[in-house]
Design a protein around this ligand. Structure first.
Ligand SMILES: Cc1cc2nc3c(=O)[nH]c(=O)nc-3n(C[C@H](O)[C@H](O)[C@H](O)COP(=O)(O)OP(=O)(O)OC[C@H]3O[C@@H](n4cnc5c(N)ncnc54)[C@H](O)[C@@H]3O)c2cc1C
Ligand code: FES
Length: 302
């Protein structure tokens, strides 16, 4: 079975079929509109990663904002720049958007300095999403390495909110050190309340670590995988998802049932600037979520 993730096509938006309103102050397009938003909470998870809860100011816009797991928003810090960031919280939460940002450079560094009450701009949501509904009735494997747990977390909320639709749901998560395992304060909740199985692994243990040590593929020994009835979502650095997906392939899981999030440098998020393309594929429109078969056929994708 080949699953086709619909390409986000701005021409299919209802407003594109309407007569253009050249006084666009009164009719800004959703994708071009920057929502004014306030940071409600900024929580330091590790020295490099911070979780932000961001609320769109206008109550009507806030209620209208809807996203799906795997999509991303463009976060703008006026005067500094704009960056693509995955939605990390529950897509059914219309009160605030949760995002987790790693400090790597100019814009992320500046955003890390913001406290609750600071204002930012939000555009989006953009991109393809994990095909959660198509996974109904099957086992789901959610596999993350490092920061990959950030986009995966919205899928975790999704499966919890639609738990009867899925069979066994297993999270496999690996990081370099125990301190770099993100959202560790939620693992008990995911296991006991969300009814998910979760295994973690680290490469460099500390004196308190009692779990397994090594690469994430070592966790496959602990999980029974039914290749005929399982979907996998794999998020992390490209080198990691290549190893993981090849391993899953060797276990018999078809590439069309593995989904990865391919992150490229992005500028506009809507197919206009040509910053994010791999060949003729725009990762902001055709992705960031792809099935692994498509990624294998994209030259230079990994
Ligand atoms: C769809 C998508 C979702 C993303 N989700 C998240 C997220 O949830 N959390 C998060 O922390 N980051 C995420 N990123 C990455 C984030 O967009 C970049 O880290 C950010 O743009 C860096 O901006 P900067 O100005 O701080 O860094 P810069 O000063 O521009 O660059 C600093 C360093 O980071 C590298 N870099 C910049 N952008 C990227 C990128 N996209 N991929 C890899 N390396 C990059 C540069 O090459 C440079 O070495 C996502 C990217 C994409 C495309
Ligand atoms: S980010 Fe501009 S074309 Fe994709």
């Amino acid at each position: 079975m080949t699953l086709k993730i619909p390409r986000y096509d701005i021409n299919r938006e209802p407003f594109m079929t309407q007569t253009p309103d050249f006084n666009r102050k009164s009719q800004l397009l959703q994708t071009e509109r920057t929502y004014k938003a306030r940071i409600n909470a900024a929580i330091q998870l590790t020295p490099e990663e911070k979780l932000f809860q961001i609320q769109i100011l206008d109550p009507k816009e806030r209620a209208q904002f809807s996203c799906l797991p795997g999509q991303f928003v463009m976060v703008e810090l006026p005067g500094c720049g704009e960056i693509a960031i995955s939605i990390s919280g529950s897509c059914s939460n219309h009160e605030f958007i949760e995002i987790c940002i790693r400090k790597v450079g100019k814009v992320t560094g500046m955003i890390h300095r913001l406290e609750a009450g600071a204002m930012v701009g939000i555009r989006g949501p953009f991109g393809t999403h994990f095909p959660m509904r198509e996974m109904n009735g099957s086992n789901v494997l959610l596999i993350a390495g490092g920061l990959g747990i950030v986009p995966l977390r919205s899928s975790i909320y999704w499966v919890n909110e639609h738990r009867p639709d899925y069979k066994d749901v297993t999270i496999l998560y690996g990081a370099r050190t125990p301190k770099l395992l993100l959202f560790d304060y939620q693992y008990e909740e995911w296991r006991k309340v969300f009814n998910l199985t979760m295994h973690t692994i680290v490469e460099e243990p500390d004196e308190n670590w009692t779990g397994p040590v090594g690469l994430i593929t070592q966790l496959f020994d602990q999980v029974p995988i039914d290749p005929d009835d399982t979907f996998a979502i794999v998020c992390g650095p490209p080198v990691m998802f290549k190893f993981v997906c090849d391993h899953l392939s060797a276990l018999g899981l078809p590439m069309q049932r593995m989904f990865v999030s391919l992150e490229r440098r992005m500028h506009c998020g809507m197919g206009k600037c040509c910053r994010c393309n791999v060949g003729s594929t725009f990762t902001c429109l055709d992705g960031p979520v792809f099935d692994y078969w498509s990624v294998m056929n994209l030259q230079e994708a990994i």
